[in-house]
Write a protein that binds this ligand. Structure first.
Ligand code: FAD
Length: 405
């Protein structure tokens, strides 16, 4: 199908960042859109960190008056206990997901989309139309956008289910408190990390790890151990756990994301950076690319637009993720080297800032690294010969849990 039957609306299943932004874009262009979400604005398990790259792409996220926290300082802690703090050249906005989802759903509604709070039970196609079965009724639709997140019943119907190797499991707590410092701790043997992201009036503190390597209970134990050491009281805090797509390169390459009358966007398509876990940018960008294809009345061009846009970035990240978490670089683990160079080399620190901002992608990361390597090595050597000064500080503390996960 290369154009939409015009008398029926587009049904968007899921009103998270992907679904809500797709609905806002399509409705603003004059299409009839119905968004179904069983929870609407809710505290979907998340760090809530929005990078500079996303704030530039959608300035309303930067300019909005809703409550969020601007974070400009970051601390990285290596498995051996090396700690480095540095100032981010571009701050990260940290949102509560209830607030972010509410903001995006409001945009969709203002653009003319109909928002329905309901659970979608089934999607059936006949004679070029869809029937959307919800817990309270049936709706006709011309096209269905599956934006139902990582845990959704429709992925199997339209594409392939996520394999264990394609998922991370996460566990975390929302803990009252306030700070401007974002902390990231790596552990030996963990393909993932622990984080503390400060929001406006609480922290999202959590851990992510590959589902094939760790059980949720084991991750939770490691997180609680870290929170105790960090002095954050979680005894009465709300616990969360959720899956996070972390697709392998082959899955990204081989899995269909659109077909006759349907498309997957956001987490439902698995569009999350497999190294950092950043998914909000890709959820919203995939929503935009699908909207572009639908508005051009060429829905199947969505796959091509993805290939020309961020898919190469995610594919490189998928190929190097194992090397990042468990490989070695110049005689040490990649992560120990990364923390050490961040502390000792201004050139490397700038590269880290650009990675955190999202302005440095993976496609030309290797070229930049090798071009800057002489400067990084010279700066690190010079720093080793004098006391560390300016921009970043390196300290060593005890490794968490004896340094092994
Ligand atoms: C613990 C954790 C921390 C994270 N931290 C970050 C971070 O700091 N920064 C970042 O960029 N990314 C982060 N991510 C990733 C980010 O949360 C996701 O990429 C993002 O939420 C994807 O948006 P989405 O709209 O595709 O899916 P979702 O946000 O999951 O939205 C899906 C929506 O579909 C609805 N739905 C599902 N099934 C149905 C149904 N049958 N009927 C009706 N409604 C349905 C749900 O209610 C939900 O509202 C994190 C993820 C996790 C798990």
């Amino acid at each position: 199908m290369d154009c939409l039957p015009d008398s029926k609306p587009i049904a968007v299943v899921g009103g998270g960042p992907a679904g809500a932004l797709a609905a806002a874009t399509l409705a603003r262009a004059g299409l009839a859109v119905v968004v179904f979400d069983e929870k609407l604005a809710w505290e979907k398990p998340c760090g809530g960190g929005i990078t500079h790259k996303a704030l530039v792409a959608w300035p309303f996220l930067r300019d909005t008056q809703v409550e969020r926290n601007w974070v400009s300082d970051c601390e990285l802690i290596s498995p051996s206990g090396r700690r480095v703090s540095f100032h981010l050249s571009q701050p990260i906005a940290v949102f509560s997901r209830c607030v972010l989802n509410g903001l995006l759903q409001q945009k969709a509604e203002e653009a003319g989309a109909k928002i329905v709070r309901d659970h979608v039970l089934g999607l059936e196609r006949s004679a070029g139309r869809w029937q959307v079965q919800t817990s309270t009724g049936r709706w006709d639709a011309a096209y269905v956008v599956i934006a139902a997140g990582a845990r959704n019943r429709f992925r199997t119907q339209f594409s392939k289910p996520f394999a264990g190797d394609d998922l991370m499991i996460t566990a975390g707590y929302y803990i009252p408190g306030h700070s401007q410092l974002m902390q990231i701790q790596f552990l030996a043997g963990l393909h993932g990390y622990l984080w503390i992201f400060p929001r406006a009036d609480h922290f999202s503190a959590g851990i992510c790890g590959k589902l094939k390597d760790q059980s949720a209970a084991e991750l939770r134990r490691l997180l609680e151990q870290w929170l105790e050491k960090s002095g954050l009281r979680f005894a009465n805090a709300k616990f969360f756990s959720h899956v996070l797509p972390s697709l392998r390169a082959a899955t990204l390459r081989d899995t269909p994301v659109c077909g006759e009358g349907w498309a997957l966007i956001g987490d439902a398509a698995g569009f999350v950076d497999p190294i950092t876990g950043e998914g909000l940018y890709y959820a919203m960008r995939s929503a935009e690319l699908l909207s572009q294809a639908l508005l051009a009345e060429q829905p199947v061009r969505y796959a091509e637009l993805l290939r020309k846009d961020f898919l190469p970035e995610l594919q490189i990240a998928a190929r190097v993720a194992d090397r990042f978490y468990s490989g070695r670089w110049m005689g040490q683990t990649v992560i120990e080297r990364m923390v050490q160079f961040t502390a000792k080399s201004p050139s490397f620190r700038q590269l880290m800032c650009d990675l955190f901002a999202g302005t440095q992608g993976y496609v030309d990361l290797r070229r930049r690294l090798y071009r800057s390597l002489p400067a990084i090595l010279a700066e690190s050597l010079a720093s080793a010969l004098r006391l560390p000064s300016g921009g970043a500080g390196l300290e060593t503390g005890p490794p968490l849990g004896g340094g092994s996960a």
